[in-house]
Design a protein around this ligand. Sequence first.
Ligand code: ZN
Length: 143
Amino acid sequence: MCAADAWEAMEAAAKLDGINLAPSSVGDMFRSIAQQKAGFMQRYQTDEIVNASTRTYNGVKYYLKPKNAPLAAPNDDAKTCSKHMLGVAVDVAGSNGERLEWMFNNVAKFGWSWEVVPDEPWHLRYVAGDNIPEAVTAWLQTK
Ligand SMILES: [Zn+2]
């Protein structure tokens, strides 16, 4: 059982409630190191930007360019890398209004939680590990 099953189970339940849950792009589910690095280099620069949020990558300080959402540095160690690189995170498209309300009321049932609240309402990570949530087991039995 993996995070993908828990995502599909949650997507199916949302659909039954008339809510469409979808990732914001194919790159906002699992990301390879190369994909994470490409995204990181697009959004960050080494030239200082005063008061900008920063990340350290390979010992170098990077500054977030204006109008960009923060992104984890493409470090390859499981402790500091993006949960997307571990295949346990999804960015949900249009995570506001009714859809966000549904997420607040339901994601925990499927083993998901927010990592950066409230700054990143779109970013969910699977936290149940091997303790398969009942709602996911029930969905797997309908497959
Ligand atoms: Zn994310």
